[in-house]
Design a protein around this ligand. Structure first.
Ligand code: AMP
Ligand code: ZN
Length: 506
């Protein structure tokens, strides 16, 4: 279990509600087997560095996970790693991202997988997202995938063709609503599908591969009961979610762009193989956009989180710390798009600073009992409740943050003496301190930045910069270069600003 401290067995006026993409309604969350909750989120395909848009989705579900933990649920959080690079494109051909990358870099496919899995882990930790309870890989579940394919065939919804196995969408749609999640109509899908190359193996253009035969030129392939090939991408999530969470589980999440066909296919596969609706609550987070267009590698408008931190991209005025980026994303509800802009990030930087300063001030306040003001006391309790109510209202981080800023104003007034801290009951002050800290750190996942947040480190760095400046004035380049190079070797980036000052970042 992660280390979120559940200090309160929470008694809240409100109940958690989740917008279920399947019903398109906000529903009261009732787990199948309380206090246990099963949460599955589609993970990354590890053949390139995740961009900031990908990060948005993983952050959105990090908040879901953190809030469920805060509520006291015993959550099993499964997020897969897609380490088989095979996605069937609209022409019915297999696109092998990992294999192509391996060939281009002259590496083993598993070296590519390892490299980008490490990179993904660096990313999630840098942005302080909690590790999942299980991080299963597609390659580690080959046998289970064959078993599910076989069940689909046995139940009459899959057929073999030239060593590939296809899901029979038409057959499924005779008795089930294919399209119910994404709101697509099967007739329109059929009308919209073209007779493309590579589809002659299929009975119908909508059928999708659950096993795809590939030749020896594919560096990653397995010998299945149907011959050499690779599993269909849609299949792995069905297999791994139900293996660890049960044939029907509580919450399945992913980016909006995965609703169709990926998640629609997941439902069809589970129903066909196990005669069970796999998911009680489907959740989809919205996209990160740049000037209104979805951030995507193929559109050339994507930048990497590392570029954002370093300020190393033409779209960026400067670098932003991971916690500022996290705060920036929390300001928008997960179901709305976030449009990236330098101005919005600069505003977020100020907001983040204000929140963290208030936290520091609060923790330094000295409580002395005084004349309790019942209204003042109640207003703190009500605002704390409002934070929780907004989080219960479909994880509304934007509104919850706004309530936290109400509390920031109060905290600053206690410090400035505009409000008397003694007007609160001692237990209300303790509640404020505990909840304010817990919500920032454990629910929002916002930490102190190393820069500026650590006086000793700042003092040390300033001392080094003074020595460096003195050596430069004496034209002692060896010493000044040594300081810069050794800091670089420690991953501390030193930047000489235009105003003559020196800044640093990790
Ligand atoms: P992928 O590795 O391409 O499968 O993507 C991993 C996750 O990132 C998926 O859940 C996608 O929905 C999500 N994603 C991709 N692009 C964006 C974007 N621009 N904004 C938000 N999420 C995205
Ligand atoms: Zn998936």
């Amino acid at each position: 279990m992660p280390t979120i401290a559940i200090i309160f067995v929470i008694e809240m006026k409100s109940q958690l509600k989740i917008t279920n993409t399947l019903s398109r309604k906000k529903e009261v969350f009732e787990p199948l087997n309380p206090p246990f909750v099963g949460l599955y989120v589609c993970g990354p395909t590890v053949y390139s560095e995740p961009h900031l848009g990908n990060l948005r989705t993983f952050l959105a579900f990090d908040i879901v996970y953190r809030w469920l933990l805060y509520l006291g649920y015993n959550v099993r959080y499964v997020r897969n790693i897609t380490d088989v690079g095979h996605i069937e494109n609209s022409a019915g051909n297999v696109v092998d991202g990992i294999g192509e990358r391996a060939k281009a870099e002259n590496l083993e496919p598993m070296e590519i997988v390892q490299k980008y899995t490490n990179n993904f882990h660096w990313l999630t930790r840098t942005f302080n997202t909690l590790d999942p309870s299980i991080e299963p890989t597609a390659t580690g579940h080959m046998v289970e995938q064959w078993e599910m394919i076989q069940r689909i065939i046995d139940n009459g919804y899959g057929y073999e063709s030239n060593g590939s196995v296809y899901f029979d969408v038409n057959k499924y749609a005779e008795s089930h609503d294919y399209g119910k999640l994404s709101g697509r109509k099967i007739d329109e899908l059929i009308a919209g599908s073209r007779d493309l190359d590579g589809q002659d193996e299929k009975r119908n253009p909508l059928d999708f591969a659950i096993w795809k035969a590939v030749g020896p030129s594919f560096p990653q392939r397995w010998k299945s009961p149907w011959g050499w090939g690779v599993p269909g991408w849609n299949l792995e999530c069905s297999v791994m979610s139900t293996k660890y969470l049960g044939t029907t589980f509580d919450i399945h999440g992913g980016g909006m762009d995965l609703k169709f066909p990926h998640h629609e296919c997941e439902i069809a596969q589970s129903v066909a193989a196990d005669k069970a609706e796999p998911v009680k609550y489907w959740m989809h987070s919205n996209m990160l956009t740049v000037n209104g267009t979805k951030m995507s590698k193929s559109l050339g408008n994507a930048f990497l989180p590392a570029e954002l931190i370093a300020g190393d991209h033409e779209l960026l005025d400067k670098g932003y710390s991971p916690m500022v980026v996290r705060f920036f994303m929390l300001q928008t509800h997960y179901s709305s798009t976030i449009d990236f802009s330098n101005e919005a990030l600069q505003a977020a930087e100020k907001g983040f600073e204000r929140l963290m300063n208030a936290k520091k001030v609060l923790n330094g306040l000295n409580y002395v009992a005084g004349n309790v003001n019942a209204d003042e006391d109640q207003s703190i309790i009500d605002t704390l409740s409002a934070v929780e109510d907004y989080m219960n209202d479909d994880f509304n981080t934007a509104q919850a943050l706004a309530q936290m800023f109400e509390l920031c104003s109060k905290i600053n007034s206690f410090k400035d003496g505009h409000l008397d801290l003694g007007s609160l009951k001692a237990e209300t002050f303790e509640l404020l301190k505990t909840k304010f800290n817990t919500i920032i750190a454990d629910v929002f996942g916002l930490n102190e930045e190393v820069e500026g947040g650590n006086d000793a480190m700042d003092g040390l760095m300033n001392l080094l910069f003074e020595i460096r400046n003195e050596s430069r004035e004496k034209k002692d380049w060896a010493t000044s270069d040594k300081i810069r190079d050794q800091l670089n070797a420690l991953n501390i980036k030193v930047k000489d600003e235009k105003d003559g000052s020196t800044s640093w970042s990790l």
